[in-house]
Design a protein. Structure first.
Length: 408
């Protein structure tokens, strides 16, 4: 082969010095960069048209790492404000020029299942600890446009900015422009700065109207005015709102946690961080045991009380029969009438267990499908807990109390 041809082949085969990173690599770099920020303030203008009418508003996200978050939304005739710190969520909304009433909710203590999941199966990707997380969603619901900015506190955060995580999960729908990464999702278009990872624009158009978001300002690691980071005194005097508190409790409810746990473990396994073996199975058993123990105790507490009442009524009936006729013959007849009651209670326990399993919702994800081994361990855990918490206590109580009532 001529020398020139060899040199050309060598050049083509050698890596390019300035090869552009993949979109996934860009997102990973942006997440690392934004997670490291000590503070930021991002201000956006919003235009919304619906049925020919135009509404305009301004909103901003403010963050001081790791635990302080502040969101403000204001328009011509309304104002909304949310604060989040390590312990509480503060919210106020007002129409016109009036001041809105502050509502307050305490963040609930994380259940054992959450702590065990985070300890035994930490996220495969690098994650932050507890703190504030921001996001913005545009939705098309039945032809109507909706804007949902969000701010909250989570125990584990893959990133501070939720739109970056969403892009990571929908890589196939992300494209690259000269200065931005673009996500096309369900008729919505989000554009993120390739320089700093912040949302620079978003839009959605439906038959009902359109919403357009445009970034006005973005300040990173700059001094923040006191009004942006000092929770108002009036907010601290706000009333505790049980409805608002229940919203946060729902985020730690067994059903939500179960979905998160299955997807978390499958992602860890798929990443190669861990493999499916005896140790992994044991750790997964530990997480599910904590999760379903809380779920069964909450789900079946009323049912368990009812079974105990049924046993008490049956004991009362046996004693009444013995009061009328305490002969051996009559006692044998009463014992024969009691036996089917125990069988019926066993069947009821089995049916309740089946109903509990059938009530477990399907695990939903567009990106990952949990393996069958995870579900097999779950059934083992449920069977063991059902015996420990329900079947054995109920049947032992039945046998003990009825044996005493029928004792000759």
């Amino acid at each position: 082969m001529p020398l020139g041809t060899l040199l050309a082949a060598a050049i083509l085969a050698s890596p390019q010095e300035h090869e552009e990173p993949s979109i996934q690599e860009e997102l990973e770099a942006l997440i690392e960069k934004t997670n490291a920020l000590d503070s930021f303030q991002a201000i956006y203008d919003m235009r919304s048209t619906s049925e020919g009418s135009l509404r305009e508003a301004t909103f901003e996200f403010v963050h001081r790492a790791p635990d302080l978050g502040h969101f403000r939304l204001s328009g011509d005739d309304f104002h909304s404000e949310i604060w989040v710190d390590e312990e509480r969520y503060y919210s106020s909304s007002a129409m016109g020029s009036g001041d809105g009433e502050w509502r307050v909710a305490d963040f609930p203590e994380p259940p054992a299942a959450v702590l065990l999941l985070n300890e035994l199966f930490p996220r495969a990707e690098r994650a932050l600890g507890p703190g504030v997380r921001f996001d913005l969603l545009l939705r098309n619901s039945a032809g109507e446009t909706h804007l949902s900015p969000s701010i909250g506190r989570t125990l584990v955060r893959p990133c501070v900015l939720g739109w970056l995580e969403r892009m990571q999960n929908r890589l196939a729908d992300v494209s690259r422009e000269e200065d931005g990464l673009v996500l096309e999702e369900d008729g919505c278009r989000y554009r993120v700065s390739r320089e700093n990872g912040f949302l620079v624009g978003a839009e959605i158009t439906t038959a009902d109207g359109e919403i357009e978001i445009i970034q006005r300002e973005c300040h990173l690691d700059e001094p923040l005015a006191e009004e942006l980071v000092e929770i108002p005194f009036e907010a601290g005097l706000g009333r505790l709102d049980p409805d608002l508190t229940s919203v946060f409790e729902m985020c730690l409810a067994p059903g939500y946690l179960r979905n998160e746990a299955f997807l978390r473990v499958e992602r860890v396994l798929a990443s190669g961080t861990r493999s499916w073996n005896e140790r992994t199975s044991k750790d997964w058993h530990t997480v599910l045991e904590a999760l379903h123990r809380a779920a069964i105790e909450g789900h079946c507490s009323g049912w368990l009380e009812e079974q105990q009442k049924c046993i008490a009524r049956l004991v009362e009936w046996v004693r009444a029969q013995r009061t009328r006729d305490d002969s051996s013959e009559r006692l044998d007849e009463v014992a024969k009438q009691v036996a089917p009651k125990r069988s019926a209670m066993e069947k009821s326990l089995t049916s309740a267990r089946t109903a509990y399993v059938d009530s477990l919702p399907a695990i939903e994800s567009a990106t990952v499908e949990p393996r069958q081994e995870l579900f097999d361990v779950e059934l083992e855990v449920i069977d063991a807990l059902w015996s420990e918490l329900l079947s054995r206590p109920v049947l032992e109580s039945f046998d003990q109390q009825l044996d005493e009532a029928l004792e000759r």
